[in-house]
Design a protein around this ligand. Structure first.
Ligand code: HGY
Ligand code: MN
Ligand code: MN
Length: 419
């Protein structure tokens, strides 16, 4: 790849877009991209990522949880590493860029550094995390938690929708879950973690900006609510005598929407619901739905979770149905490290883009990585702020700008403490 007088690399944007298109082919059927943890598609994507890493001058391997890790050596051996990465899994029928952008771009950047023979006093590791979305087993951040030393081995017994336990799925996938405990990285060998990600919101586009430096990642709570009523005949049970689990769930969902509209920065979503027995002429005896509540302020989120639970309890008691709530994920918000924000922002300015700081409403692997190292994030504009949808879209021009920023950041990177 050529560096022109203007400092731009010919084909940088199109090269990144081509790789993102290639990765998107590893998808289950349906619209958009569906690549779940420990599946054939995960394996195929991981192999392609490893081959790109090797082409870029890195050593590459898959670890015991299914992360792919590429290492670009420093000028000396055993130097500490700057970690850069994002996740290779997707939501169901998601887009091509959520996660993948933050894997493909750093690999492409390292290919450029390698071609130019540039090495640094620190190593660079690109990590393609195995599962950030938590689609298959409901537990998120699996890959980053393993590396940060907070992987809870109890999740290995959780099952997917086919009843397969995670440990068994991992063995079938070809990795050894007994090795996960030893993936935890000592903080001493890590200089920081940086993630490039699409914004997944409308702020940058509305302000006509390509790039933004993330200040903090909002925390989130995920719950499953099960309402048990009494199934019955849709034609014979009078309306006043029903214990309909689904109408109770409907009222609960509206209460969640109402409460979560009451504070700035607070959001609540019911993304999945099922009713049983599930027939046109049977009053639902059971309704199960998920609740996702997030806020930039952890105290606001905790208060919302408590208030929403209390309100649903009241609704269920009035309607004569039973409620059971299971909190299956809870993550506090995470502040990005000021020194990494400053260096990312300096890189944005150096490539001629205006500085902008914003917070992330979406969750990211940095939330887990913050336990072991300082975290920084760079957002790139996406069309209409659309994400978790097949219509997710970015431009090749913005991809090139984000890669140039990352290159600039790496070249000027100053660890917080002397190596
Ligand atoms: O759901 C999230 O915030 C992220 O996209 N995993
Ligand atoms: Mn996502
Ligand atoms: Mn993501």
């Amino acid at each position: 790849m050529l560096e022109t007088a203007s400092g731009l690399y010919a084909n940088l944007g199109p090269d990144i877009m081509r790789r993102l298109d290639a990765l998107a082919l590893f998808s289950e059927d349906g619209d958009g991209v569906t690549r779940r943890f420990a599946t054939r598609e995960h394996r195929q994507a991981a192999e392609m990522i490893q081959s790109w890493m090797r082409d870029a001058g890195m050593t590459a391997h898959m670890d015991a949880v299914g992360n792919v890790i590429g290492r670009y050596e420093a000028t000396t051996i055993n130097a500490p590493a700057l970690l850069i990465g994002s996740h290779q899994d997707t939501v169901r029928e998601g887009g091509k860029y959520d996660g993948a952008m933050g894997i493909v771009t750093p690999i492409t950047c390292i290919g450029i550094l390698n071609n130019a023979g540039e090495r640094f006093p620190f190593a660079i590791e690109v990590i393609a995390f195995c599962d950030e979305e938590g689609v298959r087993f409901n537990s998120t951040l699996l890959g980053s938690r393993a590396i940060a030393g907070s992987f809870d081995k109890a999740v290995l017994t959780t099952t997917d929708s086919d009843g397969k336990p995670m440990a068994e799925a991992l063995r079938k996938f070809g990795v050894d879950p007994d090795g996960i405990a030893s993936l935890a990285r000592p903080a001493a060998g890590i200089l920081g973690f940086v993630e490039l990600h699409i914004e997944q919101g409308p702020v940058l586009e509305e302000e006509n900006l390509a790039l933004g430096v993330v200040t903090a990642i909002a925390g989130g709570t995920r719950m499953s609510a099960k309402i048990t009523g009494f199934a019955g005949h849709a034609g014979t049970v009078p309306m006043a005598r029903r214990n309909d689990a689904l109408t109770a769930a409907a009222e609960a969902i509206l209460a969640i929407e109402r409460y979560c509209s009451s504070a700035p920065g607070l959001v609540g979503t019911v993304g999945r619901i099922s009713a049983a027995p599930g027939a046109v002429n049977v009053i639902p005896g059971e309704a199960v739905f998920t609740i996702d509540i997030r806020a930039g302020d952890d105290a606001v989120r905790r208060q919302a979770v408590a208030a929403v639970r209390a309100e649903i309890e009241t609704i269920c008691a009035r309607r004569g149905v039973r409620l059971a709530v299971d909190v299956f994920h809870e993550s506090d918000g995470c502040q990005c490290a000021p020194w990494l924000m400053d260096q990312l922002e300096a890189a944005v300015i150096a490539i001629g883009q205006p500085p902008k700081r914003l917070m992330s409403g979406a969750g990211h692997d940095g939330m887990a990585m913050a336990r072991v190292t300082d975290v920084g994030m760079l957002f790139v504009r996406c069309k209409g702020g659309i994400s978790h949808h097949p219509a997710e879209s970015i431009t090749a021009g913005d991809a090139a700008l984000s890669a140039q920023t990352l290159l600039q950041f790496i070249r000027k990177f100053e660890p917080k403490n002397e190596i």
